[in-house]
Design a protein around this ligand. Structure first.
Ligand code: ADP
Ligand code: MG
Length: 489
């Protein structure tokens, strides 16, 4: 019997607002424990929440990007449970009328293992809620410590439909979601710092079946690698149970990173266990058409749109387009370069050279120096001229380009061709220059020349290497090959 894996994700995103969801405490990650706390985060009796308008704006922004319907009338609820890191004794969340309903996200899977290349995953809804504090059990043998800096930080929970079918699709979903929230500026999507965490709901069913099996929910998976391992383990565990004639119990499970296994935490709790009820301290939020229109008007073009433009208008390979649309700053800079180059009437090959320059040189430079791309002192025209030098073969792609790049950053006002000439980096297709070198090399290896003429044609590479060496990388490869072939025939 073969089985199909069915997965639905509940993704928590910490919003990058300055202050918390319901008070003015800083929402920033870190800080000395219990310093981002006021009487509201600490739940002193008599304190009242006040909704952060920015958090609502961010929710709407993400909702619009995912094609959700935005609830014009949205309300808050209390989800009651007891835990030491939850001073109020309830989480303020949205149960009845979440801010966003429906929508979807489209994924791209490079090498699907017998699966889909472009699955579209439906979103059930997105709701606003608040984070809890952090308990630390490893600081002392006798005590647990609690840091309430995180208590009350605004979160969005994005609940997908059970539309995912493999660990690859889950990884692609998380990556796409992360790119989108960072792009929109609503979250830093940093999984290590916990700004993005996933609960993974998993079930299996016989291939071809149209009903769902019982699911297990794996809590707080905080990296894509762990998600993959947790899913693989859990799917095998469930198949084992079913094959042995048993039934999978619906429950909440944890993932143990060290052993790569999942373990039972508790029986699945139901909504009534939380005694949800309307939050009496926060009035319903009514979103005006103007509020939505303003957010809509300020939306940047979406990453998938710019990625498609790079492939369609500028003929970049899918891999390059994906690399260049990881963040909006890079994407905008890349498109500015590509557009400027196309005004200069360059061909599509130049676009590929521009992509290479960005991916292999400029982005690593920006990361290692901490200087933003758009703050780079070299004018766009010079980068395009650099790409032209590489594309035309005047500059040998590897060594000479490697040296010209830092020289341009050091002398940003100089045209690259000038710099390359001064540094003696231009390849030469000049026939007299090449002929002299080729003759000299052939004279040095009479035995090899004889072998070549007897049919050992592979030796051409060795002759090329020698000519390159004595030209110090300046011999233009195509002209050199042609000349060698002529002289050896
Ligand atoms: P609850 O409110 O009890 O958490 P939901 O119906 O809201 O349950 O579902 C939570 C998540 O579980 C959603 O992401 C949904 O897609 C997913 N899910 C629901 N049923 C299944 C199933 N049979 N297999 C896998 N995932 C499921
Ligand atoms: Mg749930």
């Amino acid at each position: 019997m073969s089985y199909e894996t069915v997965i639905g994700l509940e993704t928590h995103i910490q919003l990058s607002t300055l202050s918390k969801a319901f008070c003015a405490d800083a929402a920033a990650f870190g800080g000395a424990p219990n310093t981002h706390t006021s009487i509201i985060s600490l739940a002193h009796p008599g304190t009242l929440p006040r909704l952060n308008k920015n958090a609502v704006e961010y929710a709407v922004k993400l909702g619009l990007a995912l094609g959700c319907d935005i609830n014009r009338y949205t309300t808050f609820d209390r989800k009651n449970y007891f835990y030491a890191d939850l001073p109020k004794g309830f989480q303020t969340t949205q149960d009845r009328a979440p801010v966003c309903i429906g929508g979807s996200i489209s994924l791209k899977i490079d090498k699907p293992v017998g699966g889909r290349t472009n699955p579209r995953i439906r979103i059930h809804h997105i709701h606003l809620e608040e984070d809890a504090g952090k308990s630390m059990h490893d600081q002392s043998p006798e005590h647990s410590y609690i840091d309430l800096n995180r208590a009350g930080v605004p979160l969005l929970e994005i609940v997908s439909e059970p539309d995912l079918r493999s660990p690859e699709e889950v990884a692609a979903y998380m990556e796409e979601m992360r790119r989108l929230v960072r792009w929109l500026g609503v979250s830093d999507g940093n999984m290590e710092e916990g700004s993005m965490r996933c609960d993974v709901n998993i079930s299996i069913r016989p291939q071809g079946s149209t009903t769902f099996g019982n699911r297990c929910e794996i809590k707080n998976v905080n990296s894509m690698r762990f998600a993959k391992r947790a899913i693989e383990y859990e799917v095998n565990r469930q198949i084992g149970i079913v094959e042995a004639g048993g039934t999978v119990e619906q429950e909440t499970r944890g993932f143990d990173v060290a052993s790569g296994t999942t373990y039972s935490l508790r029986e699945k709790e139901n909504a009534h266990d939380y005694r949800y009820f309307p939050e009496p301290d926060l009035p319903p939020v009514v979103l005006s058409e103007q509020f939505l229109a303003d957010i809509h008007a300020a939306m940047p073009p979406l990453p998938a749109e710019l990625e498609a433009r790079m492939m369609q208008t500028f003929a970049l390979p899918a891999y390059d387009a994906a690399q260049l649309t990881q963040d909006i700053v890079t994407a905008r800079f890349a498109l500015q370069l590509l557009e400027t180059a196309s005004v200069r009437n360059a061909g599509n090959n130049l676009n590929k050279q521009i992509a290479n320059l960005l991916i292999n040189k400029l982005l690593p430079w920006s990361v290692s120096t901490g200087v933003a791309l758009e703050a780079c002192p070299v004018p766009l025209d010079h980068w395009i001229a650099y790409a032209e030098l590489v594309e035309s073969g005047k500059l040998s792609a590897s060594s000479a380009a490697q040296r010209l790049f830092p020289a341009m950053l050091e002398a940003p006002e100089n045209a690259p061709e000038e710099l390359a000439t001064r540094l003696n980096l231009l390849q030469s297709a000049d026939n007299d220059f090449l002929e002299q070198l080729v003759d000299e090399v052939l004279a040095r290896f009479p035995d090899k020349v004889a072998e070549y003429r007897k049919g050992k044609k592979g030796l051409i590479g060795m002759f090329m290497g020698e000519v390159m060496k004595s030209s110090k990388g300046k011999a233009e490869p195509q002209a050199t090959t042609k000349l060698l072939q002529e002289k050896l025939s």
